[in-house]
Write a protein that binds this ligand. Structure first.
Ligand code: ZN
Length: 291
């Protein structure tokens, strides 16, 4: 009997670590583009679930009860600093004390949300308090996030170090190529060019490529009639013919402006899961609009 017990213990000790390493790491991310980054670096060693479901807005998202339950089985939560986390990240962390909560945007210097530059003092103050959360739309900033993701995997699963590092190096090469490609597509236009966008998600992208976004809405606030008039005037003066909008938001204001300037609405999605393909497409849409 004693012998059997001893063998039993031995089996437990032998089995536990093997079982743990054979199972992929369970990871949660806030938004779809992060799934792309985490899978690039984690490969088959990770299984990724996304909190903000396709078509939903990370500005106002509320986790579903079944997602809160799934967190109990999660090893790592990769946050990115999108607005719904302000309300929810603490609750998310509290569901599972064994889950590592990581801020992938750590080390990124955030810029204030850009407002309508003609506006009064009240609005201006508003803009300065809101930091732009859309850090995943700039390839140079994604390299910082990739580094943060890699560090976490090396810490949590050091046995697979070489695999993570290999994946990371390949991903960085891809991001460097994408960055060069977009820069080549958008540069050489002479002066700085404006594009008008309904929801100002493209601030870091614009910063990376020397173009400038003119927002219609600022973080959920629709323009007042006077602002709308100003924007129409602005677009006419600058010869802007395309208004960019995104599928997750209502875009009546964008439509009103487009109609007034005899222009059109083009959809660009900041939250697509096929991150690199999407950024390429966005760059080519911007390129044709900025001609
Ligand atoms: Zn946004």
């Amino acid at each position: 009997m004693k012998k059997l017990l001893f063998i039993g213990f031995l089996l437990i000790f032998i089995n536990l670590p093997q079982e743990a390493s054979a199972r992929p790491l369970r990871v949660f991310v806030s938004i779809l583009p992060q799934k792309y980054f985490v899978e690039k670096i984690g490969g088959d060693l990770v299984e990724v679930a996304v909190m903000v479901e396709p078509g939903a807005s990370p500005h106002i998202y509320e986790p579903k009860p079944k997602q809160m339950v799934a967190l109990a089985e999660t090893n790592i939560y990769f946050a990115i600093g999108v607005p719904f986390e302000t309300t929810w990240l603490e609750k998310i962390a509290a569901t599972n004390p064994n889950m590592l909560v990581v801020h992938t945007e750590a080390g990124i210097k955030k810029i204030p949300m850009k407002g309508h530059h003609h506006e009064g003092r009240e609005l201006e103050q508003d803009h300065h308090t809101i930091k732009d959360p859309h850090v995943w739309l700039s390839p140079p900033l994604v390299m910082i996030q990739a580094r943060n993701i890699l560090q976490v995997f090396l810490k949590v699963d050091p046995a697979n170090r070489s695999l993570y590092e290999k994946n990371y190096n390949n991903f960085i090469k891809e991001v460097v190529m994408l960055h060069a490609e977009i820069r080549a597509a958008l540069e050489g236009k002479g002066k700085k060019l404006d594009f008008m966008v309904f929801h100002p998600a493209w601030g870091y992208f614009a910063q990376a490529y020397g173009i400038e976004q003119v927002p219609i809405e600022i973080e959920g606030k629709q323009p007042k009639p006077a602002e709308l008039q100003y924007l129409i005037q602005y677009a006419k003066e600058r010869g802007i013919k395309v208004i960019f909008a995104q599928p997750q938001f209502s875009w009546q204001a964008a439509q009103a402006i487009a109609k007034s300037i005899d222009g059109q609405i083009v959809f660009v999605d900041p939250l697509a899961v096929d991150w690199d393909t999407n950024l390429r497409q966005v760059a080519s849409k911007f390129k044709s609009a900025l001609k």
